[in-house]
Design a binder for this molecule. Structure first.
Ligand SMILES: O=C(O)CCC(=O)C(=O)O
Ligand SMILES: [Fe+2]
Length: 483
């Protein structure tokens, strides 16, 4: 690594703040939009042009690396097109990955706003398949809270009633029995009989207390279990980390999300579903490409949650923001990445594209790589901004607009490299989980038929690449090139 390849974090944070571009603070990851966003998504009405505006000045002898667009390769929607074979057709404007694209002016792109699961549920409320956004456990949690709130009072009430019934002699306990004075034999007899009566009553009271305590404990346990998260809804692991899947495909009915966008017959999903395969990308390839991610991300990294590296635009998480690696390093970028790195990236993209085309019965050449396509690195550090909360349920088509087919290439192993961090397709009562495994490709149509989330990473570090495809050539982006 050359002299320029030192962590951006090594810069004085104040100068970094002054000179980095503020890109909406968001990661492209999740429900949170951010880096290079596709063209104004047709279906997302509340998109906002959140990027840009702030111009950075030079850091030391480095030239300015900002642009009004925020330095993360926000290019014009009209673009060159990448095909299955990686050729570019009719480039109209330089894209983010080209040297020109990195430096040239670009207009800010509206970004889709982060949507939570409940947003999604509102969005899709009329659709039978996607209404099932609130997971069953959420309902259970609410119920548990309600029960727990009234349960103690109920238990006390029932116990008191029960005790009252069991206590016919209760008034006697308020004071000594009224017996004629001097009748000591009668007094003793009465005292004895009262003691006898009291014994079983006390036993009953103790017994009731134990029952009340037991009920309360059971409720508390239930409540804790219920509110422990929605992961307990995971009903089925569709891809275990330990298995090597040749290919597993599950078809699901398409949502109506695609109707709000221009249709491209032969490509826009008519057949929807999800697939997983472990034989398209080898574990060696996964390891090599992970090294690229490690190299790039070692230069920055977010303050918590997920860190993002987008080789197309150059966007890299640093602290709570993004910087543009390409602008920052200029030609020196070649001291960090090699042509082989980029070639591998392109090869992998192509293999994934062919896999998706085959699974959905479409021509690979009709698919275009779209943005954001990026590496993610997640660890168990607390997210510092709401935008780093990668674990929210979301619909990619809603979040990113241009996505028609999403794919994820995992670069590390669940339970070996990290814990938590499983991918979950959310379906009420029957969530489907994909356990990441290095080299595993998980792909799916991007509409709300595939609402999903990532579990929080509990330990270790999880690496993945999100590779997205669109059917709209205008939303296509080029492969990254090292020039
Ligand atoms: O990394 C994953 O497993 C999922 C990422 C994701 O949902 C996304 O990038 O939209
Ligand atoms: Fe996603």
């Amino acid at each position: 690594m050359g002299s320029h390849a030192r962590p951006l974090q090594g810069l004085k944070s104040s100068s970094l703040r002054n000179h980095t571009l503020l890109l909406t603070h968001t990661h492209p990851f999740l429900p949170l939009p951010s880096i290079p966003n596709p063209d104004p998504p047709l279906s997302v009405q509340d998109s906002q042009s959140a990027i840009g505006g702030e111009r950075a000045t030079a850091i030391g002898d480095r030239s300015s690396w900002s642009s009004p667009t925020g330095g993360c390769g926000l290019d014009s929607p009209t673009s060159s097109r990448s095909t299955a074979t990686g050729e570019r057709t009719t480039p109209q404007v330089p894209r983010g990955s080209s040297a020109k694209g990195r430096e040239g002016p670009a207009s800010p792109a509206p970004l889709p706003r982060h949507r939570s699961a409940s947003d999604c549920s509102r969005l899709t409320a009329s659709r039978p398949r996607t209404e099932r956004v609130a997971p069953a456990s959420l309902h259970r949690s609410r119920l548990a809270f309600a029960v727990a709130a009234i349960a103690p009072s109920l238990v006390v009430l029932v116990s008191r009633l029960a005790l009252r019934r069991l206590r016919p002699m209760a008034p006697q306990r308020r004071g000594p029995p009224r017996v004629p004075e001097g009748n000591s034999a009668a007094e003793r007899r009465h005292a004895n009989s009262t003691k006898k009566d009291r014994l079983p009553q006390e036993a009953q009271r103790t017994w009731l207390r134990i029952v009340a305590l037991g009920v309360s404990l059971a409720l508390v346990t239930f409540l804790l279990w219920s509110s422990a998260g929605i992961d307990d809804d995971v009903a089925e692991v569709v891809a275990h980390r330990g298995e090597v899947l040749e290919g597993r495909f599950i078809e699901v009915p398409c949502s109506e999300d695609y109707d709000g966008h221009r249709r491209f017959e032969g490509c826009t999903p008519r057949k929807c579903g999800r697939g997983v395969t472990d034989i398209v990308i080898t574990r060696e390839e996964a390891e090599q490409i992970r090294r690229i991610a490690e190299k790039g991300l070692s230069l920055g990294g977010s303050d918590g949650g997920a860190s993002i590296l987008d080789l197309h635009s150059g966007a890299l998480s640093v602290g709570k923001h993004f910087v543009n690696l390409y602008r920052y390093f200029g030609d020196k970028i070649q001291t960090i990445f090699s042509e082989e790195d980029f070639q591998l990236y392109r090869d992998i993209r192509q293999k994934v594209q062919l896999t998706i085309a085959e699974a959905f019965g479409i021509r690979a050449s009709l698919l275009y790589l779209t943005k954001p396509t990026f590496f993610s690195r997640i660890n168990s550090t607390e997210a510092q901004t709401a935008h780093d909360e990668y674990w929210h349920a979301h619909v990619d088509k809603v979040t990113y607009g241009s996505f028609d087919y999403t794919s994820l290439l995992y670069l590390s192993d669940y339970l070996e490299d990290f814990g938590g961090g499983r991918f979950v397709f959310m379906e009420e009562g029957s969530n489907k989980t994909v356990e990441p495994r290095a080299g595993r490709v998980s792909f799916f149509t991007s509409g709300s038929e595939n609402l999903h989330r990532v579990e929080k990473v509990l330990w270790g570090t999880r690496y993945a690449i999100t590779i997205a495809f669109t059917c709209n050539p205008d939303h296509g982006i080029e492969d990254p090139v090292l020039t």
